[in-house]
Design a protein around this ligand. Sequence first.
Ligand SMILES: *Cc1c(COP(=O)(O)O)cnc(C)c1O
Length: 389
Amino acid sequence: MRRPRFIDPFEPAEVRRLVREFGSPLLILDCERVRLQWRALTKALPRVALHYALKPMPHPAVVQTVIAEGGCLDLATTGEVQLVASLGVDPELCIHTHPIKRPRDIANALEFGVRTFVADNPDEVRKFAQLAGQVQLLLRVSFRATGAVCDLSRKFGCDPEDVLPLARLAADLGVDVRGLSFHAGSQASSATKHVEALEVCARLIRSGRREKLGLLDTLDIGGGFPISYAQPVQDIQRFCAPLRAALAKLPQRVRVIAEPGRYIVGPAAIGVATVMGRARREGHWWYYLDDGLYGSYSGQLFDHARYPVEVLREGSELLPSVLAGPTCDSIDVIAENLMLPPLKIGDLVIGRAMGAYTWASASEFNFFPKATVVTVNAVAGDTGSVIAP
Ligand SMILES: *Cc1c(COP(=O)(O)O)cnc(C)c1O
């Protein structure tokens, strides 16, 4: 018998087949590419326990692929807890990292079986006072990441000088402080911020241990690992090289974990939209697609990303063109000043690297439904299916 093989769902013929089968717009999510991203980061950060952060693409197929690779999960909301619980994931593989939680978010996560939580201020630490003995905390430290595309240290994290006072409060309440965490900013251009943060955390861990403020045997270095959109970025081995050097100098008995999101799923999906109509305006061809800024391309607003777009039509003649989304809003324009071959109604437009922060932040504004997520290669020979999200 012939062994089923992985197919490449990003090949034009496969894209057309999937649109014929599942309609348009689509987000084609290739689980084999999720695996390859996972393995590349695992190789770049050996001995770091990777926890996939669900936020950029909270899809069951990604969760199952990560678990099958032997990975762990980073959850932040009750919805994410429910998703993983419904998939039968072992709660011991999960941590909960939202620094601000309602009591019922904590209760839901605890009931599922999560034991590790994050706090970054005294009120949040006090929410665990009644749960002493059942939970362990990571204290989130803030390091402003002005170079990153998305600075996650303005909204969350305490200043380094507030860490030990916070750990003392936890110790007074009998709450276990297991370690520290940070997020050096998403889509970082280099690991400089990660390394700086790691070095400060290493010093804080040493001080905390001297004061016996908890076990302090865990350091969570967050996410932020970059992927190429229109602009190429450092490949992951190179990006992580300074991090590996810094990790080698950590105090003894520190377990390191990371929370990659974008890096795992970003390159693993493409968006496919169809030209619904076209018009010539002021010397430019305007093409109206069935997906746009309120849909999968929402990341162009919220995540400041620019997805490389291409069309599934050959042509030697290139004309100035605009790609617009389907809604009646004037800001719903995906890209302007493109040089494209003349497109016809029904032609397909592909957006690359659309797995992270795209579908996750899409809305149904104007009643245009979100793109259908088709997963391919969940196992070898899997040619595509739609799992209700
Ligand atoms: C969003 C988020 C992540 C994932 O970040 P990426 O930059 O996508 O890798 C990880 N951890 C936390 C706490 C987050 O909020």
